[in-house]
Design a protein. Structure first.
Length: 247
């Protein structure tokens, strides 16, 4: 595992030494270069929480992954870059007062000058820069976001949609070890009820929007323009290579 090779993989050629600015660049570049994808799950290729294997997949083989791989490896990179980073768990919202499996999402908190930032590169279409836990609104091409305290323990990452704030996931600052996610990682790649076993999802952020491929469609968002087109099975590998650099 080589930190410089990882930085090259995400298109980072130099860092300024200014922690907050560099963190913003690292997160943005990661989202632009490493797709969120479940191809191994769909093809029944076991995913183990082994950072060496995940590094080989993402850096050497130029693949993507889901949260346990993307945020897990990003945690390693941030530690190597001398960030104070804490691995935490979160619960994904599936609608108002409805939730996916508890503590099944792996994400990271980074502390800079005694201020905590949520930093996530493994949740598909979400906030693209570090976001404080203070309620401050962050806006990017994908929307407006904030983090609201629920009580003394829990916080909600929220996105502004349809004139209201909708929770994307709920988390606490409780530190987690990587092996905390072993059981849920296995469940998410093997159980028929898992959203990852039900259909293909490959998605990546772009400066002007996002490209997403499902089992049947390719969806491209550029600013306010969104197109959705069906594709044939014979085109799938070409689409992966062209839009995601997956060979």
């Amino acid at each position: 595992m080589n930190m410089n090779h990882y930085l090259q993989r995400i298109g980072i050629h130099s860092l300024t030494g200014e922690k907050e600015q560099d963190l913003r660049s690292l997160q943005r570049q990661h989202l632009y270069t490493v797709p969120f994808e479940n191809l191994d799950v769909i093809n029944s290729v076991p995913i183990k929480l082994n950072l060496t294997n995940i590094y080989h997949k993402i850096v050497n083989n130029e693949r993507g992954g889901f949260c346990y791989e993307l945020n897990g490896l990003f945690n390693w990179l941030l530690e190597k870059l001398d960030y104070k980073v804490t691995m935490i768990s979160a619960t994904i919202s599936t609608g108002k007062n409805q939730w996916y499996k508890a503590n099944s999402h792996l994400t990271n908190l980074v502390t800079i000058n005694e201020r905590d930032y949520l930093v996530d590169v493994g949740c598909g279409d979400t906030v693209r820069s570090p976001i404080l836990l203070t309620g401050e609104i962050v806006e990017d091409i994908s929307g407006k976001y904030r983090i609201q305290a629920v009580d003394d323990i829990f916080f909600d990452l929220q996105k502004h949609m349809n004139n209201e704030w909708n929770t994307q996931f709920r988390f606490s600052k409780t530190p987690r070890e990587y092996d905390f996610f072993n059981e849920i990682c296995h469940w998410n790649q093997t159980n028929p009820q898992s959203k990852f076993t039900q259909q293909t999802i490959v998605t990546i952020a772009t400066p002007n929007g996002r490209v997403t491929v499902t089992d049947e469609h390719i969806i491209i968002t550029n600013d306010d323009q969104k197109s959705k087109q069906a594709y044939s099975t014979s085109e799938f590998n070409t689409i992966l290579n062209y839009y995601f650099d997956i060979n």
